[in-house]
Design a protein around this ligand. Structure first.
Ligand SMILES: O=C(O)Cc1cc(O)ccc1O
Ligand SMILES: [Fe+2]
Length: 489
């Protein structure tokens, strides 16, 4: 192969501002991208001489022998290979609250309903790595089976350092701020992604990335899956269209940094522990790449939700954005489900979520607005955990307000809200940060204690007449002019 003349501008790549970054669209595609013309070798992956004298390096997201339809890997053509670094050493200080093995020495079992208030911005300079703390999880990164749920609060960009998670894929849901702020500026080996609150991003296992905070601070949620990757859910009887469309997923284009960076640090999470290694160049030195193992982002407002159109409250699985499957069909290590704005039209139906006990465990977060099952106490940036078979459902205020509206409720549009759930068939153990946190809402159970018995032996109609809900409670359901409703907001 002919070697083009090496002419790499310092900083290289595309100079587009972050807000107008170009992306490639699609999910599961075999993408390719080059920041310099003809930087991608053609016809083979590792020619003797790569264009511009680049090094060819493969990153595998699945075993070499994984069946073709599940196999994920990419080829990166870079200025220096990743291996060009000094040895890894344990990072001092370590990280007290980052966990990837869930056993009796790292975490606790509890069937109690748990809820956390949003955390404040950190008081000291804290980057994305130091701002991460594990709430709960199950399984083990070593055994390649399980998940972890983390939250983060950070106020400092990562400078001269990149993070690499050898344990699993990160799905990050930034929360802080309105949808129109910049959110997270994430540089990856495949290029750059700007991820605002209201969007989510997946950084697959092993990719190096660095997080800049153009707004000065950010907080949000992270789920991590071990031994599996996120995929679009099967749509079953929904058919070929709906929910998250493959074409709305955005993948970066190649971008590289050819500057000299003495003392650049790679922070590697491996078995939940952090290690560092020094090198003298940026890991974002990939001039071209191709493959189907890639970071990607998705704007949750593009989601096409499905819902009841006649009676009853459907199961939330209908609005699954992505699923990280286990080996059992239909059973997830982790589903990412959202509760987006949508019309509620069901007739003679209790429209909020039903009371339930689930064999799956449910971690919930709120990106903005009010969640339909909780009139108060569940704030944007907060979280809740209802583990396997732990009873939960709408709080007293929501229940009373809903039944008082009577059986002829008009269609209402749930507006201005975006809640989500990480749901797993593995039973989460809860980590010290979450149990010791001053943000743990120790009175959470109180939100249901007021649910009264409306039972009457005098027959069905008499029983409904006995539902003596106070109109002032009903009044707390605020209806907008356009038929929208925001429970208790
Ligand atoms: O518990 C929750 O709030 C999540 C949830 C929502 C819903 O609409 C039905 C079931 C369910 O677990
Ligand atoms: Fe639930």
């Amino acid at each position: 192969m002919e070697r083009p003349h090496l002419e790499v501008a310092p900083g290289g790549g595309d100079a587009a501002p972050w807000e107008r970054l170009p992306y490639q669209a699609g999910f599961g595609n075999h993408f390719s991208s080059e920041a310099m013309e003809v930087a991608l070798p053609s016809g083979q992956n590792n020619p003797l001489h790569c264009p511009y004298g680049l090094y060819a390096e493969q990153i595998s997201g699945t075993s070499f022998t994984t069946p073709h339809k599940l196999n994920q890997r990419s080829w990166l053509y870079r200025i220096k290979p990743s291996v060009t670094h000094e040895p890894f050493h344990p990072r001092i200080p370590g990280h007290k609250y980052l966990i990837s093995e869930f056993n009796q020495s790292t975490s606790a079992a509890t069937p109690t309903q748990l809820r956390w208030k949003p955390v404040d911005d950190p008081e000291t300079p804290t980057d994305f790595i130091d701002g991460l703390y594990t709430v709960c999880g199950a399984g083990s990164s070593y055994l390649r089976h399980g998940f972890a749920i983390h939250m983060y609060a950070a106020n400092k960009s990562m400078v001269g350092c990149a993070f690499c998670n050898a344990d699993g894929d990160f799905l990050i849901v930034p929360q802080k701020g309105s949808k129109y702020v910049y959110g997270l500026w994430i540089t990856t080996e495949c290029g750059r992604l700007q991820v605002s609150p209201g969007e989510m991003v997946v950084l697959p296992q092993g990719f190096r990335f660095s997080v800049d905070l153009p707004d000065g601070c950010s907080r949000g949620y992270v789920s991590e899956v071990f031994g599996t990757h996120f995929q679009l859910p099967d749509l079953g009887p929904i058919g070929a269209n709906g929910l998250a469309a493959a074409r709305d997923f955005l993948v970066p284009v190649a971008w590289f940094d050819n500057n000299v960076h003495p003392g650049y640090t790679i922070v590697q999470k491996f078995g939940g522990e952090l290690f560092t290694a020094k090198q003298d160049f940026s890991p974002f030195n990939v001039v071209a790449w191709h493959g189907n193992y890639v970071p990607y982002k998705y704007d949750l407002s593009k989601f096409c939700p499905f819902n009841t159109v006649l009676i009853d409250h459907g199961d939330p699985s209908v609005n699954t954005v992505l699923t990280a499957p286990s080996d059992k069909p239909g059973v997830a290590i982790l589903d990412f489900v959202i509760f987006p704005p949508r019309w509620l039209v069901a007739e003679h139906t209790f429209r909020p979520p039903y009371y339930h006990r689930n064999c799956m465990s449910e971690f919930m977060g709120l990106i903005y607005g009010t969640y339909e099952a909780k009139a108060d106490g569940f704030s944007p940036g907060g979280a809740s955990l209802h583990s396997c078979m732990t009873p939960h459902g709408p709080d007293t205020k929501t229940y009373e307000a809903t039944v008082s509206r009577g059986k002829d409720a008009e269609p209402v549009r749930i507006a201005g809200t975006m809640a989500f759930m990480f749901e797993s068939y593995l039973i989460p153990r809860v980590c010290p940060w979450a149990l010791e946190s001053p943000n743990l809402d120790r009175d959470y159970y109180q939100c249901w204690i007021g649910l009264r018995s409306h039972f009457s032996c005098q027959g069905r109609d008499a029983a409904s007449r006995h539902i003596s809900v106070a109109n002032d409670v009903a009044g707390e359901l605020q209806h907008g002019e356009d038929g929208t409703v925001a429970p208790g907001s």
